[in-house]
Structure formats: structure tokens, C-alpha cells
Ligand binder design. Structure first.
Ligand SMILES: C[S@@+](CC[C@H](N)C(=O)[O-])C[C@H]1O[C@@H](n2cnc3c(N)ncnc32)[C@H](O)[C@@H]1O
Length: 297
């Protein structure tokens, strides 16, 4: 698989890390969800919601501050800290509850299905998102969850952003598509966040750098076989039909029109939106009181 990450400048990041850590920040994220680091990490962990004794891989872990604060609050959790930067790893917590792995997140020397949870905080944007999400999915157990917080592109393109930050901001649609292709179901948690920390670090450049981007948080769940089989069983019940749950409230909407074009003889079933009705996509007839389609298509 060819990997095409943005031009992440490891030497430059390593050169500024000691200064940033000593004078400014220990959490290397542009956007915050709370006024102080402890509450910010508490919010991230609320979103991840790890079970008792869980294993968590923090991919692109910075100096491990998120893991350190999370472990203080939840000593039952075990963290594996992954970073391409040996300098940043040298600042990470060690000892009981922490394993450090220096590697590229696109190809981690970690066994498949070995973690309950994963974190990627402000890290995916430094990577080639598709392969990096697939790699995260590989090391997660089926049903495991990955918390992603990162830049999102609202408008404009990434050329300047890649040059300034060595990062790439995905659109919502691109992110969701890549997450799905990697085998995840995505739940959006929040758009936006407080970027005052980042603006204070780069007061002259922040407006320029942050133009056209916001920040997003998602909880991705690795789809497991039970989920897939459940979905297949549901679909199997409606062989020959197209089953849509709550997506289509009215047969006149755009999705229904599109289905009608693509699947001219399909039957559209309205499920979970009140009494079940069926609409023939060939002629638009609705089910009668006996629940049958009068048109016979
Ligand atoms: C903006 S920092 C975020 C750090 C950390 N997640 C935090 O919240 O403090 C991005 C991190 O990703 C790491 N990183 C970037 N590209 C990487 C790669 N290909 N493989 C592993 N780590 C990478 C960087 O060294 C850095 O630690």
C-alpha cells in the first residue's frame, strides 16, 4: 500500500518540543474542551468510555500527557504510547501501566486485535488518514473503539495548511468515508473547540492557518462479525426489497427519488417511522389498508 502523508517535519517538531513542554503546553492539541488539562482529558475519556482494566493504544501520543492524566484518574487502564518521535517519547511516562513504542503509525509493530481502545488526538492530520485508520482498526479488537479528535476542513484546500503545519484537514465526508472503509462506524461527538491555546502560541499566523478549518471529535467503533451478521439478518428479512430505517420519512424526498432511478422495481419499506408503509418505486403506489401494494409491481 502506498502511503502519502502530509509533509510532517519530524526534525522541526523535535527541535521545538523541549521549549513547548518547558514553557507552554504538555498537551499538544490545538483545540480544547475544558479550561484546564485535567478536565480536558476527563472529557476525552468520558467520550472513549473505557471499561475496567482496558488496554488503550495512544497513536501519535505527543509526550504522553493525555495518557498520564487519564491514568492518574483511572489507574486500572493500561496505555501503549506510540510515537514516531524518539525525543517526544523520552518525555512520556514510564513504569506500571505504560509501554512505549517508537514507530510509524502507518505500520505499527503491534499484533492484530490486541487493544480494547485507541486514541488519535491531533495526530491523524499528520498522517495519511486512510492507511492510518486501517492500521488502527487492525490493532483494535472487534467492537473496540477509537477516539479521533482533529482538524476538519470546511472550505479551501490544504496546500498552505500542509506547508505551515505539516497537517492535512479532511472534510467531514472524506473522514466518514475513510473511517467506513477502514471498518469503523462513526459517531460524531462535537464540532469546534477552544483554540485560544493555539492562537496564543502563534498570534501572528493563527488566523491565516486556521482559516477554513474547524475541529471535530468522533468515536469510531470497529465493526465486528456480530454486528455485520445482525445487519445481514435484517437485510435478509427483506430479500428483494430495499430496507431503510428512519432514513426516509417521505417517499417524495431526494433519497427516495434516487432509489427510484437506481432500483426501478424495488419496494421501499418505511420502518420505525410510524405504522409500516411500503411504497412502490415503479409507480409510487402506497400500501392499502390490508398492507398490500395495489399496483402489483
Ligand atoms: C499534534 S501532536 C499530538 C500529540 C498528542 N496526541 C497530544 O494530544 O498531546 C501529533 C503527534 O503525532 C506524532 N506523529 C506524527 N506522525 C506520526 C507517525 N507517522 N507515526 C507516529 N506518530 C506520528 C507526532 O510526533 C506527535 O507526537
Amino acid at each position: 500500500m502506498s502511503i502519502n502523508p502530509p509533509p510532517f517535519n519530524l526534525a522541526a517538531v523535535e527541535a521545538v518540543t523541549p521549549h513547548i513542554v518547558a514553557n507552554v503546553e504538555r498537551i499538544l492539541q490545538t483545540h480544547r474542551y475544558a479550561a484546564d488539562d485535567r478536565d480536558h482529558v476527563a472529557r476525552l475519556m468520558d467520550w472513549l468510555a473505557p471499561a475496567e482494566g482496558a488496554s488503550i493504544v495512544d497513536i501519535g501520543c505527543g509526550i504522553g500527557e493525555v495518557a498520564r492524566l487519564a491514568h492518574e484518574a483511572r489507574p486500572d487502564l493500561r496505555f501503549t504510547l506510540v510515537n514516531i518521535s524518539p525525543v517526544q517519547l523520552s518525555y512520556c511516562p514510564t513504569g506500571d501501566g505504560f509501554d512505549l513504542v517508537q514507530c510509524d503509525a502507518h505500520a505499527m509493530p503491534l499484533p492484530p486485535e490486541s487493544f480494547d481502545y485507541a486514541l488519535m488526538n491531533s495526530a491523524l492530520s499528520n498522517m495519511d488518514a486512510g492507511p492510518a485508520l486501517k492500521e488502527a482498526a487492525r490493532v483494535l479488537k472487534p467492537g473496540g473503539a477509537l477516539l479521533v479528535t482533529d482538524f476538519l476542513r470546511l472550505y479551501g484546500d490544504n496546500s498552505q495548511f500542509e506547508r505551515d503545519l505539516g497537517a492535512r484537514a479532511l472534510t467531514v465526508r472524506a473522514f466518514r468515508d475513510l473511517a467506513y472503509e477502514a471498518g469503523f462506524m462513526a459517531k460524531t461527538l462535537q464540532f469546534g473547540g477552544d483554540d485560544a491555546h493555539f492562537r496564543a502560541l502563534m498570534p501572528e499566523h493563527a488566523d491565516h492557518i486556521l482559516a477554513g478549518v474547524t475541529y471535530g471529535a468522533w468515536r469510531l467503533t470497529k465493526i465486528d462479525n456480530d454486528m455485520m451478521n445482525g445487519a445481514r439478518r435484517e437485510i435478509g428479512k427483506h430479500m428483494g426489497d430495499v430496507a431503510l430505517r428512519a432514513l426516509i420519512a417521505s417517499p417524495d424526498n431526494v433519497a427516495a427519488q434516487k432509489l427510484q432511478n437506481d432500483l426501478c422495481s424495488a419496494t421501499l419499506m418505511h420502518i420505525g417511522t410510524g405504522p409500516e408503509t411500503r411504497v412502490c418505486l415503479s409507480c409510487g403506489a402506497h400500501t392499502n389498508e390490508e398492507g398490500a401494494l395495489p399496483c402489483g409491481h
